[in-house]
Design a protein around this ligand. Sequence first.
Ligand SMILES: Nc1ncnc2c1ncn2[C@@H]1O[C@H](COP(=O)(O)OP(=O)(O)OP(=O)(O)O)[C@@H](O)[C@H]1O
Length: 342
Amino acid sequence: MRGDAARGGPSDGAFIELDRVEKVFDVRRRTGFLKRERRRVRAVDDLSFTVARGETVGYIGPNGAGKSTTIKMLTGILTPSGGRLRVAGIEPSRERTRLAQRIGVVFGQRTTLWWDLPLVDSYRLMHRMYRIPDARYRANLDRLVEHLDLGPLLDTPVRQLSLGQRMRGDIAAALLHDPEVLYLDEPTIGLDVISKARVRDFLRELRDERGTTVLLTTHDLQDIEQLCSRVMVIDHGRLMYDGPLAGLHEAGESERILVVDLDRELPPVDAPAPARVVKVEGPRQWLAFPSSVSAAPLVARIAAEYPLVDLSVREPDIEAVIARMYAGQGNRAASRPPTSIA
Ligand SMILES: Nc1ncnc2c1ncn2[C@@H]1O[C@H](COP(=O)(O)OP(=O)(O)OP(=O)(O)O)[C@@H](O)[C@H]1O
């Protein structure tokens, strides 16, 4: 029990709650000398979900799907056009300052640090801005500096930090005031493999040791694979999928690939449906077949009828799975264009 009632949180375990939330933007566009067109862009449409305390949830979707708009509503920067939204029992747009004490936000593409100041000066400013009690500030800073390996960087001006160092600096800044929920918008964007691994290791610790609730927006599916047991996919402002990562494969009707090496170049093998040859390169052939079907009969048939030398089965690429899901379900959503008003 982490004192929900004392801190004014909801009692049913749902820490983030969205009920039929929508956000509509009015956009004016010049279409002629004196002509303006007013368009209504429905960035978030009838969106409902809950996130329990301590969950780490991946929030993914293609460009323009509505992810940032959702995060901005969750922080109170934007006010929903309709529906009901609560974080820790607070309506974000009405009580933005009170909520700020309980949330942390990291935007991978933007820094919240002061560009010309040494890193530690940004932390001192946040100490005051968030009115963090001295002892707590000191303890949190020590812990974050140690876990994110920031010691040698504290006196370096932010503009001189590498992208990976700056990202670690930003994550520490977002956590100095001990928020219960952390929104991460593309935290590994542009980072090299080692920096990505460091950020992911730290986020795993945060989840496992401190039970922080994390909503993670990313285009890097390894972030999701390594950190999230649950993933929500949004497209055209609507929730397309909510469940375990493994379930995405089914939702996307994913396929596995059987790669066979024959002892010589041959025409495409005669594969039993639904398997089919998708590529031939010299003696190597690639066959796609549904993930839900066993590879054994297909392998047996090819081994019996062709001069098989070697084979391997490749698991589906998660990015391709999501793309297929968009192709199937997204078309339906896309058939609802943004409302245009003359
Ligand atoms: N302030 C705004 N005014 C008008 N339209 C907006 C505004 N902010 C977002 N939109 C529109 O709302 C839709 C959703 O945008 P949003 O930025 O939430 O998507 P996203 O999923 O975060 O995309 P990305 O992955 O590219 O960051 C887009 O069509 C976008 O053009």
